[in-house]
Ligand binder design. Structure first.
Ligand SMILES: [Zn+2]
Length: 247
């Protein structure tokens, strides 16, 4: 579904309990269309190929993109907000379909090298396998120029994972935050690499940005995209009041 301008959102079903039970876990995916040379697309967080409830997540993403006349073969770059399988899982499969490049945060990659085994074990105990990921390059905090007119700002926002990144698009005031915050809640901090203290700091850093569209990584029984400055401000305030004391 079109969000604004060249931005498209593909929200994994889960706005109510019934949907959450039926569809299981997968992340929301976002596309910035026709922005790379050759009119290729940027795909943020592709999600999984198949999830724990045997939903064919990637097939669904491909079908939803098709409705917007976007082809998976035209993806030129995948940016993963973090290295949890429900976000990056389909990266290598999409690379085979499109020849795209795959990127992940520099710090996230370093954490994976150091503690990937521990994370793999922890995720396995939660029912998640970690598919392969071979990034072509690593993103650091700062500007990422995609074409002459389009610059994204990469923020390092650790807490849910050690090297989690968020992507800010200043012109449209869009923030793609992965598992930093959701509607009325935050990403969990109990997976290896997680830190409640860092998550709070990252949230406060992002709360200062001028955001009109807060694109979250999951719906979790509520809207996956929080629209409007005032709503977004209130969402941060609710998180501060009702979640921070328990983190
Ligand atoms: Zn995650």
């Amino acid at each position: 579904m079109k969000l604004v301008g060249d931005f498209y959102a593909y929200l994994w079903p889960g706005v109510n309990m019934q949907e959450m039970m039926k569809y299981g876990n997968n992340c929301n995916s976002y596309v910035v269309a026709n922005t790379l040379p050759g009119n290729k697309h940027v795909l943020v967080d592709p999600g999984q190929v198949v999830n724990e409830t045997k939903q064919r997540c990637l097939d669904r993403l491909i079908a939803e993109m098709k409705k917007d006349n976007l082809k998976i073969e035209d993806v030129g770059l995948i940016i993963n907000t973090h290295a949890h399988p429900d976000h990056y899982g389909a990266s290598e499969t999409i690379r085979k379909m499109s020849g795209c490049q795959v990127a992940i945060g520099k710090e996230e990659n370093e954490f994976l090298k150091l503690a990937g085994g521990e994370m793999r074990q922890a995720l396995k105990s939660m029912g998640f396998e970690m598919p392969e990921i071979n990034p072509d390059f690593y993103l650091s905090e700062g500007e990422l120029r995609l074409n002459q007119n389009l610059v994204a700002k990469i923020f390092l926002i650790p807490g849910h994972s050690d090297g989690h990144i968020g992507i800010y698009w200043p012109k449209e005031k869009i923030f793609m935050g992965g598992d930093l915050v959701f509607f009325g809640s935050t990403g969990r901090v109990d997976i290896p690499g997680g830190s409640a203290e860092l998550l709070k700091k990252s949230i406060e850093q992002i709360a200062k940005l001028d955001i009109e569209y807060l694109c979250t990584g999951h719906q979790y029984g509520s809207p996956g995209i929080i629209k409007g400055k005032e709503q977004i401000k209130q969402n941060f305030e609710i998180i501060r009041r009702s979640i921070f004391p328990y983190l």
